[in-house]
Design a protein around this ligand. Structure first.
Ligand code: IMP
Length: 175
């Protein structure tokens, strides 16, 4: 695929920010058991870097959701494609997202996981597009706020591609 991609956030900037987020999360969860939930597929790269910066007892689990269906605009409909393997009642849970765009996915995840009675539910996203917000959702930790442009790389895709770019790139030739 021949997209025109310009670098928005470099590898170094991402790594510095991820380390800082890891420190904040360590301060919050030190001495507690933390269940870190990776929201597939976009969060895989951020998640694997972030969990290595969190210094406490940590277990991993995975949730699959889809809302874009390969397009660049959210369909507005969030679908659970893979559920957790572990019960979360009484546990300290952290949702790790790649990007909060309209907020629909995060709001859906918060609602579904809160219904399972965790001891606490926290949220972290690498990217946040405040201008794209359609529904309110609280996010505890944000890596970077970005404009309402379509981005790829560091786990984020366009039609399944570009997840392996080490930086966040802005796509300029989408129609
Ligand atoms: P939301 O439900 O609209 O907040 O969208 C959340 C999901 O849409 C994210 O987890 C991403 O998978 C996808 N998404 C939103 N914006 C982008 C983007 O700029 N590039 C790639 N994927 C995106």
């Amino acid at each position: 695929m021949n997209l025109s991609i310009s670098k928005m956030i470099s590898e170094d900037e991402i790594q510095t920010r991820v380390k800082a987020l890891g420190e904040e999360l360590t301060a919050k969860f030190k001495g507690k058991d933390l269940l870190a939930i990776c929201v597939l597929k976009g969060s895989i790269v951020f998640y694997s870097d972030l969990i290595r910066e969190i210094d406490t007892d940590l277990s991993c689990d995975f949730l699959g959701v889809s809302s874009y269906h390969g397009k660049t605009q959210s369909s507005g409909e969030v679908k659970l494609t893979l559920d957790l393997n572990t019960p979360i009642d009484g546990r300290h849970v952290l949702i790790v997202e790649d990007i909060v765009d309209t907020g629909l996915t995060m709001a859906y995840l918060q609602k579904s996981l809160l219904a399972r009675s965790p001891a606490s539910l926290s949220t972290v996203t690498l990217l946040h597009k405040p201008d794209a917000k359609k529904v309110e959702c609280e996010i505890d930790y944000i890596g970077f706020e970005i404009p309402n442009d379509f981005v790829v790389g560091y786990g984020l895709d366009y039609q399944g591609l570009y997840r392996n770019l080490p930086y966040i790139g802005q796509v300029s030739n989408l129609n």
